[in-house]
Design a protein around this ligand. Structure first.
Ligand SMILES: *[C@@H]1O[C@H](CO)[C@@H](O)[C@H](O)[C@H]1NC(C)=O
Ligand SMILES: *[C@@H]1O[C@H](CO)[C@@H](O)[C@H](O)[C@H]1NC(C)=O
Length: 229
């Protein structure tokens, strides 16, 4: 190999390393649609909610996520992209995606979710408005409303203890038999269902099993019995 060949090879190897190490554009494998049960979200929040919660699961966020490794966050978007949310979307967002901790300020909650998560959903999520439109479509049009899904299986928010299996079966019945992700928290010996996530593929089109990224006992995992909702 001549000197030119050597230089060529070194350049190629170097470029490859740069390519691998460079912060790539947003990469994600699937979409996680997470809803929070308002009374439980308030109970376990570090500050109390300013207004009384409704007994409903409402949106926490739609999160582009990875099967392995960390999920993308705070991705770059075209500076020309729209920075505002269409006012026509807000009445629906206020119902399905309230800032349960401070209802006087939904906007900052929406903005935070867009900045941290929505920006990483390209190309499925086209821009800011499309992020919010997508969530409205999922929750309302496609009836991915977790309160509604549970109520169809006669699981209503009456504070009773449930088995994890009953909750999973109820949700699987509405998600083409795919596994949800559940988050529970415990205070004074009572474990409550705090969040439910439904997972769909890269395109947000078909449900998939939510991956169990942190198997075993985590601070938020749900026990097999006596989950209060
Ligand atoms: C979600 O489902 C619950 C329970 O069926 C219902 O009370 C609520 O109005 C629904 N929300 C929307 C926006 O459809
Ligand atoms: C599953 O859904 C069907 C149709 O909505 C309903 O008839 C059935 O009772 C559900 N089963 C469970 C376990 O939720």
């Amino acid at each position: 190999m001549g000197i030119t060949g050597m230089i060529y090879m070194v350049t190629m190897v170097f470029s490859l390393i740069v390519l691998i190490l460079s912060p790539s554009a947003a990469k994600y494998d699937y979409l996680q649609f997470t809803q929070q049960y308002q009374p439980a979200a308030c109970k376990f929040h570090h500050t109390p909610c300013k207004d009384p919660p409704d007994k409903l699961f409402t949106v926490h966020g739609l999160w582009p996520s990875n099967f392995n490794g960390p999920d993308p966050e705070n991705c770059k978007v075209k500076p020309t992209a729209s920075q505002t949310i269409d006012t026509s979307l807000k009445p629906q967002l206020e119902i399905i995606w309230p800032n349960v901790f401070n209802r006087a300020d939904h906007e900052s909650f929406w903005q935070k979710q867009w900045d941290k998560h929505g920006t990483c959903g390209s190309p499925t999520i086209i821009d800011k408005n499309h992020y919010f439109e997508t969530v409205i479509r999922m929750y309302i049009t496609e009836k991915q409303n977790v309160s509604y899904i549970l109520s169809k299986a006669n699981i209503n928010p009456d504070g009773k203890g449930r088995t994890r299996k009953d909750i999973q079966i109820a949700i699987r019945n509405s998600t083409n038999d795919k596994e949800p992700k559940l988050k529970c928290q415990t205070k004074n010996g009572i474990t409550e269902l705090v969040e439910v996530s439904l997972c769909s593929n890269y395109f947000g089109k078909n449900f998939i099993n939510c991956p169990n990224k942190t198997p075993g006992k985590t601070r938020y995992s749900c026990p097999t019995n006596d989950i209060h909702y």
